[in-house]
Design a protein around this ligand. Structure first.
Ligand code: UDX
Length: 442
């Protein structure tokens, strides 16, 4: 088996390195020459736990290139892992995906097995086979193999998947699917081999369901604030019903990242295209968008004006444990702070460089190396992701550093009662506003 992985983002790079770690020779292709140059030197282009060490160990099995001819010609198995971003109208932009197919048509010199790991609209995988075979003299078996990697746990998820879903378009594909599944079964996991349409749908339906759980609990959180309930206790009570479970019921400022926003919009668009109104997905998206405003309104209610206030922003990646700022809730929140003329100081353990690139025009945002530096003389602290480092902060860290310890926690990181001494606001839980200490009083 000669493996080529096309597209070396989260999905592609982790796949390529994982397959190489199984002592298979893997050819990694990416259009980005800088990325290829770093990977050739054995430098991981992603901050994923254990990825660098796995890359170092497996480098002898890896070749990297930005020449698609080299990558495609000798491959018997091509894993397509390019991004399929959201288009302006909410549909799925398949430009990069089709340009890979055109490369395959141009460069292949033999029959090939194409394994599609990119998230593509339902029906695409079946079209791919026809698209390739109509334009080439070779035969192509196409397997839909959606990925379910969670950033920050990508290597772990790859080595120990919860499940493997593979879609095939005919009987012949089943043998290929079994052979591929075998490579991902170091540890035991359920394997489902099904139609391409089912596999594609499972990916959209799973991600949108998880996103829906988040929006549901966020909507409940909004109501909790009005009726004097505590969303954390409510979620805990709900999760005691094993049919509901406890995951993805953490209220906060909403989901971000490269998957949920794109996949919920993608599913909504696919449904509309097929004349199946999916109001539940539309509501999921709308509630998620409203969650940022809900958080901002709390801040605006607390401060008459934010002009010249020192705002410490802790966490700008879309979640903790990643450097990824794509669709991060921190983006609209920091923009709103800047529009109100606040002085913004940012700290994130991993994502500051990416955030700084995104806000390159805003040269007055200050980036600091420690949370305590961000908190120093701040009038308000905004906690926007669940980086582990923030969990160890104690009320004393806010009290001793800030002018007045006013905290808006957008991720419900701390138990409300443990924050006594600070003015503490979170999502869907009671606020602490009395017995606030100041550094002078200590
Ligand atoms: C997600 C899916 O979990 C993964 O299976 C899929 O393959 C890709 O999309 P990821 O984007 O890495 O993975 O992030 P995830 O950990 O699922 O979190 C997504 C967003 O939801 C984050 O912004 C997170 O902070 C938020 N979230 C998550 C909540 O607000 N509440 C929760 O209870 C869980």
């Amino acid at each position: 088996m000669q493996i080529t992985v096309i597209g070396l983002g989260y999905v592609g790079l982790v796949n390529a390195v994982y397959l190489a770690s199984l002592d298979r020779e893997v050819f990694g292709y990416d259009i980005d020459k800088n990325k290829i140059s770093l990977l050739r030197q054995g430098v991981s282009t992603l901050e994923e736990p254990n990825l660098q060490s796995l890359l170092t160990e497996s480098l002898h099995n890896l070749r990297f290139s930005s020449n698609h001819k080299d990558a495609i010609r000798h491959a018997t198995h091509i894993f397509i892992c390019v991004d399929t971003p959201q288009a302006k109208d909410g549909s799925v932009d398949l430009k990069n995906f089709y340009s890979v197919l055109d490369n395959i048509v141009e460069d292949s010199v033999q029959d090939q097995c194409i394994i599609i790991r990119s998230t593509v609209p339902v029906g695409t995988n079946r079209i791919v086979k026809k698209y390739l075979e109509d334009r080439s003299q070779y035969h192509f078996d196409v397997i839909s193999f959606p990925e379910f990697l969670s950033q920050g746990k990508a290597v772990e998820n790859m080595i120990q998947p919860d499940r493997l879903i593979l879609g095939v378009s005919d009987q012949k594909g089943i043998a290929h699917a079994k052979e591929i599944a075998q490579m991902y079964l170091i540890k035991k996991a359920p394997v489902m081999i099904t139609s391409c349409e089912n596999a594609e749908m499972i990916k959209y339906a799973s991600n949108s369901f998880l996103a829906m759980k988040i929006s549901y609990i966020n909507n409940i959180a909004q109501l909790c604030e009005k009726v004097g309930a505590d969303v954390e206790k409510v979620a805990k009570g709900m999760s005691l019903d094993p049919r509901i479970g406890e995951s993805f019921l953490k209220a906060g400022i909403g989901y971000g990242g490269s998957c949920f926003p794109k996949d919920t919009n993608g599913l909504y668009w696919i449904a509309n295209d097929n004349s199946v109104p999916m109001e539940i997905v539309r509501s999921t998206i709308k509630i998620n968008e409203s969650q940022v405003q809900f958080f901002l309104d709390k801040i605006y209610k607390r401060f008459k004006s934010l002009s010249a206030l020192n705002v410490a922003v802790l966490g700008v990646a879309f979640k903790g444990g990643t450097e990824d700022v794509r669709q991060s809730q921190a983006i609209p929140i920091v923009k709103a702070m800047l529009e109100k003329n606040a002085n913004v100081v940012v700290y994130d353990p991993l994502a500051m460089d990416n955030f700084q690139k995104l806000f390159a025009r805003h040269t007055h945002i200050k980036y600091v190396d420690y949370p305590s530096d961000a908190l120093k003389n701040a009038d308000v602290a905004l906690i926007l992701n669940d980086s582990e480092e923030f969990l160890s902060l104690k009320p004393i860290d806010f009290i001793m550093n800030m002018r007045k310890p006013v905290i808006f926690d957008g991720r419900n990181l701390y138990k409300v009662e443990s924050m006594e001494g600070t003015e503490y606001h979170s999502i869907g839980r009671p606020s602490l506003t009395t017995k606030v200490k100041s550094r002078k009083s200590l």
